[in-house]
Design a protein. Structure first.
Lengths: 494, 498
């Protein structure tokens, strides 16, 4: 496979899978989903190999050159995000297969992890999830602002649909999510239009060269950034996230928290490190984003500490973790800098650990019938696989060795010290203390003896093993520092 | 990577792999679990023996892996790492035997022994760490894998002790992260080296270096239980006796003290640290800890608590010796690292035997226990006399060198501290010995297990061996391969620069 073929395959596989899943309907959707996931992983690795060896990969869609046509590009950063999406996404697919499919399973005495028998619409998860995956891939590969808008919109709608799948209970959360997503897109597209009016191009690379400082550019930058902040759920525009992520079914929460929110971060990094980075005085904006990130780390951490339900706690932890990524922006001058390296490592580790943790929460919910943290006593004995996965994921989220979260945090603190940004150092360290406080509290429930009368619903093993695999991935990312640095450097768009 | 890189890796793996397999074993596979544990422990001991033999002939082992640009994980065997490594490998073996006997029929043994092995692996990583980053990484891992052992019993008291443990150690880890990053930014990649590597940076960054020293000592001082960072240690004694042995002698507290030794000698260099003016404050902190720990020990009726405060005090002997400039004090500090471990594990094993065999937990219940459990009490006596510093037990050798080192450094007040502490040691240990040997039994034992006279063999054998070692390293202190001789060897490296 050539580089451009790999690039097109990465884009096409999930979208084709989504269409196929819709066409085969209820019976075969899961099979299509699993096949698509496997192909998606292969394609992402093939593309990564090309970027690793040959640098930036690009394809002019339909053979039309920019600015008439549009171009798909995969640089190091985009490839890293694609890889993350593919690997974690495949894990989510396997989990979802057991989660939604447990009803049909012959093994009836085993308690299904998912909501039992609640409806004929559950298979719709598959087309919508694959659509979201495709939208993510398209977003990472897009080289122009309008395509980015379309993919962002597609991603937002798919995500809202995923939340709504939970049924009537999640309607309010889904509606709120929808309103925020629409608001975000609207702000973003307004900014794009301003830029187009002034520069007659939407291609990121061309725009960067033509960019003329002026009021309209600044206004455009502000509108687009605000829109993305809403979509990424950056403090103080995060209010839609905890209910949406907390009330969704486990695989949906995992997909949203691990993957979907990363898209906004990616775009902010692209805008401020690539596009607007050359504007005079542009360094103020990343600083502002970093300050919001600091607020997110602290606010998210404190709120997570105050939660009494596991899923809500995990959702607030996402708010905090997204803050770390924002803090990296003012520390990085370019997308290949140490701070971005740290941010991508953190993003990938968070994706693996957070997906794993929401899956654990799903298994615990199935076993205990609730997710009140203080009443989850003895889960270490009852669900040893889940407890192990939860522990490893928690260690990575706190940023303790030997995990990817640790290496990412170390690199972030190092970048902050090198930049003399002591505020960032303080916030990152405080954030890890808060994370340690709420995660170790939840974890300590595993060691308490459960009361003897607790009913012991057996929980399927397969989903628990997926959670464990993703937690182990978060640990294994401890060794990802050097390969990732090579990837970011090799694929740098000059 | 050198051809011998597999050896330090195998030392870590020899406890890591059995630990991971043990996690997967069902509770009732006690034979297999014991076999795995003992096989790992013997393998580790053999590997350490191999390294001792070759490092004694000036051959170093090193394994290296790059984690981030300019940041390597380095495992390396040198004289100093082997001093700690040999101690923890030997005591792991004995503690494993003891723990198998102690935890017979108690729940969650696979979990216990799994984390136990991980603890020993982390300790091996700390001992073999070749630079500050590696030391920090394994130090943090040690925190993580000890926590489940502290809360092993799952009781409210155990959970509270675990919370306190994390309350001290997690912020310490954050502080250490900052210190390690700062030193990385300041110096670039640096491995530990005899007589330190920070001296060239003194001109421009003197204040930063002082702050760095404070941060590193405070971070590592939490596990070394320096006052006022000691609060977690006395609470942690709610854990089962083998865990106490692990915390106090094999791994945790020792890891803190060992890290301080590394920082003073091989990051700063003791002579440079002295010119920086940071040693005297450290000596004062150590002295305060020594006296405070002894005073608190005096007030405890609960035997394990008394021993815990005694640890607070005794471990700071190592720190005090480190903080005094001069080769003799250095030898005293290094040798006490080993001696304190041998004596303290003897005392905790004995306390565990009393609790298991007779249900005796308090000093006030120990009247006449010497007649009932003569072997255990004999071992306890050796450990207690050693702690006081009675010749020829190991503690005497330590105190001799520390005292002479204080004199050599011209720090006469430190001799006063040592003398006062020895007096306090005598005041809190001699009455226990008096009760045990010379007072008649005053009522039935709280909870007799109804078997034979002394503790069961699995519990008795380890404590007799450690008591014997405590005596042996004192009597044979001047023989080749003794801890004292090995400390001489290390000392020569640390003063080469001066």
């Amino acid at each position: 496979m050539t580089g451009s073929a790999a690039l097109v395959t990465v884009l096409a596989v999930p979208l084709a899978g989504a269409a196929a899943a819709l066409l085969v309907g209820r019976r075969g959707a899961a099979v299509v989903g699993l096949l698509t996931s496997a192909l998606g992983v292969v394609a992402a690795f093939a593309l990564a190999a090309h970027v690793f060896a040959g640098g930036l990969q690009r394809v002019a869609v339909g053979g039309w050159a920019v600015p008439l046509g549009m171009e798909l590009r995969a640089d190091g950063l985009a490839t890293a995000m694609l890889l993350m999406t593919a690997v974690i996404g495949a894990g989510i697919s396997v989990y979802a297969w057991r989660y939604f499919g447990a009803d049909d399973h012959h093994d009836r005495h085993v308690h299904p992890v998912g909501p039992s028998g609640s409806g004929s619409t559950q298979w719709l998860f598959w087309p919508v999830w694959l659509l979201a995956w495709g939208a993510l891939n398209a977003l990472y590969l897009s080289g122009d602002l309008f395509n980015l808008y379309v993919t962002l919109e597609l991603l937002g709608l798919a995500a809202v649909a995923l939340v709504a799948l939970a049924g009537a209970g999640a309607a309010a959360a889904a509606l709120r999510y929808l309103l925020f997503a629409l608001l975000g897109s609207m702000l973003y597209i307004l900014g794009v239009e301003l830029l187009y009016a002034a520069h007659q191009t939407l291609d990121l690379l061309q725009l960067r060269e033509r960019l003329q400082p002026g009021v309209s550019v600044w206004l455009a930058a502000a509108l687009m950034s605000t829109g993305l902040l809403v979509k990424t759920a950056i403090f103080p525009l995060h209010v839609w996230l905890p209910p949406a992520h907390g009330s969704a079914p486990a695989p949906v929460s995992a997909a949203l928290s691990a993957l979907v929110v990363k898209a906004g971060f990616y775009l902010l990094a692209r805008l401020w490190l690539d596009l607007f980075g050359s504007l005079p005085g542009a360094s103020v904006a990343p600083l502002l984003l970093g300050a919001l990130g600091a607020g997110a780390v602290l606010w998210g951490g404190v709120q997570a500490l105050r939660q009494t339900r596991l899923k809500a706690m995990i959702a607030y932890s996402t708010v905090a973790q997204l803050g770390y990524l924002m803090i990296a922006l003012p520390l990085a001058g370019r997308v290949t800098d140490g701070a971005m390296h740290a941010a991508v490592l953190l993003a990938a580790s968070h994706a693996a650990a957070k997906a794993s943790m929401f899956m654990c929460a799903g298994s615990l919910l199935a076993a205990y019938g609730h997710d009140r943290i203080d009443a989850l006593t003895g889960f270490g004995t009852r669900l040893p696989i889940t407890a192990t996965a939860f522990a490893l994921a928690a260690i990575s989220l706190v940023g303790l060795p030997p995990t990817g979260g640790f290496v990412g945090k170390f690199a972030l603190v190092e970048a902050a010290v090198r930049a003399d940004a002591w505020w960032a150092v303080a916030v990152v360290l405080l954030g890890s203390l808060l994370a340690a406080a709420f995660l170790f509290h939840a974890l300590s429930r595993a060691f308490v003896e459960a009361p003897a009368d607790t009913a012991s619903a057996r929980v399927a093993r397969a989903p628990q093993l997926v959670a464990l695999a993703l937690a182990l991935l978060a640990v294994a990312l401890v060794a990802a520092g050097e390969p990732l640095r090579h990837l970011l450097a090799a694929g740098a768009a000059n | 990577m050198s051809a011998q890189a597999w050896v330090p890796l195998a030392v870590v793996a020899s406890s890591l792999l059995p630990g991971l397999i043990i996690f997967l074993l069902p509770e009732d596979r006690r034979g297999l679990r014991a076999t795995l544990n003992l096989a790992g422990a013997f393998a580790k001991l053999a590997l350490v023996g191999l390294m001792l033999w070759n490092v004694g002939r000036f051959q170093d082992y090193e394994a290296r892996m790059t984690v981030l640009p300019g940041l390597d994980l380095v495992l390396r065997a040198d004289e100093l790492s082997l001093l700690f490594m040999s101690l923890s490998a030997l005591l792991w073996l004995l503690t494993t035997v003891y723990a198998i006997g102690y935890l017979e029929d108690s729940p969650h043994r696979s979990r216990f022994f799994g984390f136990f092995s991980l603890c020993v692996s982390a300790t091996a990583g700390i001992a073999l760490a070749g630079n500050l980053f590696t030391l920090f990484v394994f130090y943090e891992i040690l925190t993580l894998v000890t926590y489940p052992l502290v809360i092993h019993r799952g009781t409210p008291a155990a959970l509270a002790a675990g919370r306190t443990y994390l309350f001290y150690t997690v912020p310490a880890g954050a502080l250490l992260l900052l210190a390690v990053v700062a030193s990385q930014v300041l110096t670039g990649p640096q491995d530990f080296v005899g007589a330190g590597y920070l001296k060239p940076f003194a001109e421009e960054h003197a204040t930063t270096l002082v702050l760095l020293f404070v941060a590193l000592i405070a971070g590592f001082g939490v596990k070394a239980a320096l006052v006022p960072l000691h609060g977690w240690l006395p609470l942690a004694m709610v854990a089962p006796a083998p865990v106490s042995a692990l915390l106090h002698a094999v791994a945790v507290v020792k890891a803190g003290a060992f890290a301080i030794v590394r920082v003073v000698y091989e990051v700063f260099g003791v002579e440079f640290a002295a010119t920086l003016g940071v040693l005297t404050p450290l000596a004062v902190v150590a002295s305060v800890t020594i006296l405070y720990g002894s005073l608190r020990a005096l007030m405890q009726d609960e035997l394990k608590k008394r021993l815990a405060y005694s640890t607070v005090s005794q471990v700071s002997y190592i720190v005090l010796g480190t903080a005094l400039l001069g080769p003799i004090a250095t030898i005293g500090a290094l040798v006490h690292l080993v001696h304190q471990g041998l004596m303290k594990i003897t005392l905790f094993f004995s306390a565990g035997n009393y609790a298991e065999t007779l249900g005796v937990h308090h000093v006030s219940e120990m009247d006449g226990i010497g007649r009932r459990m003569p072997w255990t009490t004999a071992a306890f006596t050796v450990g207690a006399l050693g702690m006081i510093g009675v010749p020829p037990v190991a503690g005497f050798v330590s105190k001799l060198y520390l005292g002479a080192g204080a004199a050599q450094a011209g720090q006469w007040w430190a001799i006063g501290v040592l003398a006062a502490s020895s007096l306090l040691n005598a005041m809190y240990f001699l009455p226990v010995l008096h009760r045990a040997w010379f007072r008649p039994q005053n009522g039935p034992w709280p909870h007799e297990d109804g078997r034979g006279r002394d503790a069961k063999p699995m519990l008795l054998l380890p404590v007799l061996l450690t008591a014997l070692f405590s005596l042996g390293v004192g009597v044979l202190a001047t023989m080749p391969w003794s801890p004292l001789e090995w400390a001489h060897l290390i000392m020569r490296k640390e003063y080469v620069g001066g």
